[in-house]
Design a binder for this molecule. Sequence first.
Ligand SMILES: NC(=O)c1ccc[n+]([C@@H]2O[C@H](COP(=O)([O-])OP(=O)(O)OC[C@H]3O[C@@H](n4cnc5c(N)ncnc54)[C@H](O)[C@@H]3O)[C@@H](O)[C@H]2O)c1
Length: 366
Amino acid sequence: MDLKVISSKELSKSDPVFGQISFDNHEQIVFCHDKDTGLKAIIGIHNTVLGPALGGTRMWNYDTEFEALNDVLRLSRGMTFKSAISGLNLGGGKAVIIGDAKTQKTPELMRKFAGFVDSLGGKYITAEDVGMTTNDMDIVREVTSHVVGVSEEKGGSGNPSPNTAYGVFMGMKAAAKYKYGSDALEGKSVLVQGVGNVGEALIKHLLKEGAKVTISDIHRAHSEAIANTYKVDVYEGDDVYSHPMDIYAPCALGATINDDTINKIKAQIIAGSANNQLAEERHGQMLQEKGIVYAPDFLINAGGIIHVYSEIENWDKQEIKRKTEDIYNTTLEILERAAKNDVTPNAAALKIAKERISKRDNEQLK
Ligand SMILES: NC(=O)c1ccc[n+]([C@@H]2O[C@H](COP(=O)([O-])OP(=O)(O)OC[C@H]3O[C@@H](n4cnc5c(N)ncnc54)[C@H](O)[C@@H]3O)[C@@H](O)[C@H]2O)c1
């Protein structure tokens, strides 16, 4: 994405909403508040040309409201291009709830939030994101039908994370094919940063393929537990970006490829699940100059949305798998196209996504 990551101090200098740096012609921004439950949420609908705006709800203890707004603007925009590049008939949206998911999330708060989602009449469809679980989506489902990522017991598709990890694995293999001429990951050293829902599932694929996995997670006890379970190494130093590795898989939070880290990264390939990995578009150019192959995040982490979208299209498990495996060919195609046209893979992927939206927009105008 070509949006800057800036501090909340800088954000507060801009106009409160439409003047924000991350505002990019979003169609609708909904501020939701409920006195009794303490709900403070923002729903961002970026674009609905291809279909209803689908994207998860993130619950995070933002330092300021500016940060929450900035996040929902960036994330909803990313969803537009993720669905477009993946060939889904969906627009881009996202919601953020301001608060600590561990201490402030209650069923009542989730029901109130669901009421706001319902009030949009299907223009926005929610799902889980950071701080949310399938159980929370089951609660949302009690109030509104405009939710996916519901548990299998309640007729949904269940946790999307394993499928996100499978898509990332496909994208990583395609990047390896492009870089090394073979997509085998056997013997390649891969650093997985963030071993939560997606990171852990990714480790399983990597180990099965014979990769040498090192993990890093801010929660020490959790990373040690994962290391014990899968017999992988834990990164011990204090500068993970300088760690020698063939492949860097960012699976924690976004913007880890930035001015501070870019000159340290020694990997030949970057392929991970985190949204908005490039702090700014120019960091994509810098990676290219360094010869580092970057598999665009919004392309290779689409396994999750493919998974939950199956609830709308009634796809079975085979169809979900097939569509997720398509990420391999699309990634390879985009890397080749980017090299041919001397643009970054991110720019090449974004161009295809935007063309699909424009085409549909023009058809609708006819
Ligand atoms: N879950 C999905 O299906 C899905 C789909 C698309 C994109 N993503 C993105 O992938 C990323 C991971 O998602 P998840 O569902 O696994 O989240 P998660 O919350 O389950 O896991 C994130 C992990 O990262 C760790 N972490 C946080 N900051 C870190 C840091 N600075 N260094 C190292 N570790 C750190 C956390 O301790 C946690 O273990 C997120 O950016 C998410 O938006 C997830």
